[in-house]
Design a protein around this ligand. Structure first.
Ligand code: PAF
Length: 271
């Protein structure tokens, strides 16, 4: 099949902030029509997670997307994305054939079983519906970015020529990575939440992965955060590493009461 000249796609779950704005601006660089999707995907949430309370702010999202240069906002109903209905779509997500990076690292895959099945399912569906030439995803969800890249490589015949483009994490002036879930933080929790970026900065100063991991954990704990993981991994496979001779990434997930935050950072290569 010939390569197609589609749109530049920015898939989102809405509640857009400046981080999404930077994805949209990045998508614009391709000179293609920019389509932002807004869909809070039920199949990537476990029953105890925040699907019900996830912020839904479509009017503001349309305004922000337009201001950042989007040509269209596609906000489908669940029936449009999953015509077979909720039960069948959940079963399809559970059976989704995942690439190794979605099930071997023991990171989000272990903390949120079933999550990447739902992410791959909805992203594949959005690719089928919108036929993008480029799709932009934020580095903030590093494992998600790797999973979607691996899925697109594995299914290259389904979306010929499709390029998955990463966009750097956007941080507030204090360093907190922008996230729609930051809105759940009480004002006094913000200082604690900064433990994530501080832990990653500490990791960047370490000479060995084991030292970096210990530093990250102690920094997170000093901020009163409950640690899901704080690890140094191969940036591509997300598997453990012995040294810093290849591109590595510090990756963290930590909780403040019911708010779960993730962040990550490239660590310096030293031979
Ligand atoms: O990163 C997100 O907002 C979502 O996981 C995505 C990629 C839009 C799929 O629902």
């Amino acid at each position: 099949m010939a390569a197609f000249h589609g749109c530049a796609l920015v898939p989102t779950m809405g509640a857009l902030h400046d981080g999404h704005g930077s994805l949209i601006r990045r998508a614009r660089l391709h000179g293609l029509p920019v389509v932002v999707t807004v869909f809070v995907n039920p199949t990537q949430f476990a029953p105890h997670e925040d699907f019900g309370k996830y912020p839904r702010t479509l009017d503001r999202d349309v305004a922000l997307a337009t201001q950042c240069g989007a040509d269209a906002v596609f906000a489908p109903a669940a029936e449009d994305v999953y015509p077979a209905g909720p039960e069948a779509s959940r079963q399809e997500a559970e059976a989704w054939p995942l690439p190794p990076v979605a099930c071997e690292p023991g990171l989000e895959d272990a903390c949120r079983p079933g999550h990447f099945g739902g992410v791959c399912q909805v992203v594949a569906r959005l690719f089928d519906l919108c036929r993008p030439a480029v799709a932009v995803f934020g580095e903030k969800d590093w494992q998600q970015l790797r999973v979607i890249t691996a899925m697109a490589e594995g299914l290259a015949g389904r979306w010929p020529g499709l390029r998955i483009e990463p966009a750097s994490t956007v941080r507030d002036p204090d360093g907190l990575a922008m996230s729609s879930r930051n809105g759940y933080l009480r004002p006094e929790q913000r200082e604690q939440a900064l433990g994530l970026v501080r832990a990653l900065q500490m990791a960047a100063s370490a000479q060995r992965p084991a030292t970096a991991e210990a530093l990250m954990r102690s920094t997170l704990e000093a901020h009163g955060l409950a640690v899901d993981y704080a690890v140094v991994r191969d940036a591509r496979t997300l598997l453990p590493v012995q040294g810093f001779e290849r591109p590595t990434r510090g990756l963290i997930a930590a909780r403040l009461d019911t708010v779960r935050l993730i962040d990550n950072m490239a660590l310096p290569i030293c031979r």
